[in-house]
Write a protein that binds this ligand. Structure first.
Ligand code: CP
Length: 311
């Protein structure tokens, strides 16, 4: 089984059928990580390069673990360890890496559109691991997997995303993904963090946190992306936490069985209090676990893994 595309650059371009296929495949891949011997020969002989030009803990590690659990060879390259610091262009770096015949290059970059640009030059599969404020498709897929696993469905689920929507690639990918599968998505934050016209992506937008969470099945909290803000978008971190940070008092306004997601890294005491992050509503670490399964599914579906060798 394969996705009929060379690259995975964003959720926007995926059909609902493709998303469902990835989620179903990830659900069956998850079991491999629960075995004593966490390895299958499915991608034996394949080479995967992780090219990360921005910091990452979860995404880079889980792409590497996913590749290794499927017996592919995984190589990691970071900005500081690449010849870009000696003046080489990204295009030259990518062409030189491709000259070594990898099967897949996983790219994270601070500039939106970088994975698409590289996909145009390269015959290897390119997977977007987060590009600027544009998209973070594998994150949205693991978020959808986590909600589906917990609630048994995505259709009709009410998802509220709170925080720095303007700079969030996670918000954008999740709006595309959840709405394609029939969820009702609301984005919430201070006016300075809500991009004008965001409703055109199929979501509602509001500055009213209490109203946004009162009927939510799922609340996704986002970090303030200080590294992408050209100017301060709120008076102080304390003010932001008071108005938009999720703590037990605000959570009382949400349904009792609401679930809380956060893509990480979390800033405790800013957008989420420790009591909420570590509390019974939180599926934050389940998201991380599902990240490995989703990335195994992506490699399998894009690189043509052999199903018989999966068990
Ligand atoms: N969620 C996410 O992208 O985390 P990292 O930046 O640690 O990869």
């Amino acid at each position: 089984m394969r996705l009929k595309r060379k690259d995975l650059l964003g959720i926007e371009e995926l059909s609902s059928e493709e998303i469902e296929l990835i989620l179903e495949t990830a659900a069956s891949m998850k079991e491999v990580s629960e075995r004593e011997i966490k390895k299958v020969p499915t991608l034996r002989g394949k080479t995967i390069i992780n090219l990360f030009y921005e910091p990452s803990t979860r995404t880079r590690t889980s792409f590497e673990i996913a590749a290794k659990r499927m017996s592919a060879d995984a190589i990691n390259i970071s900005l500081s360890a690449s010849s870009v610091v000696k003046g080489e262009t990204l295009k030259d770096t990518a062409l030189n890496l491709e000259a070594m015949n990898p099967d897949c290059i996983v790219v994270r970059h601070s500039v939106s559109g970088t994975p698409r640009m590289l996909a145009g030059y390269l015959s290897s599969t390119v997977i977007n691991a987060g590009d600027g404020s544009h998209e973070h498709p594998s994150q949205a897929l693991l978020d959808m997997m986590t909600v589906k696993e917990k609630l048994g469905r995505i259709k009709g689920v009410k998802l509220t995303i709170v925080g720095d929507i303007a700079h969030s690639r996670v918000a954008r990918s999740n709006i595309y993904g959840f709405t394609k599968l029939g969820a009702v998505v609301t984005v919430c934050g201070p006016k300075t963090m809500l991009p004008p016209g965001i409703e055109a992506l199929g979501c509602k937008a509001t500055t009213d946190m209490q109203g946004a969470i009162k009927d939510a099945d799922v609340i996704m909290m986002l970090r303030i992306q200080l590294e992408r803000q050209k100017e301060s978008l709120f008076p102080s971190t304390r003010e932001y936490a008071r108005l938009y940070g999720l703590d037990p008092v605000k959570l009382e306004k949400a349904p009792k069985d609401v679930i809380i997601l956060h893509p990480g890294p979390i800033n405790r005491g800013v957008e989420i209090s420790p009591e909420v992050a570590d509390g019974p509503w939180s599926l934050i670490l389940n998201q991380v676990t599902n990240g490995v399964a989703v990335r195994m599914a992506l490699f399998y579906l894009l690189l043509g893994g052999i199903k018989e060798e999966f068990s």
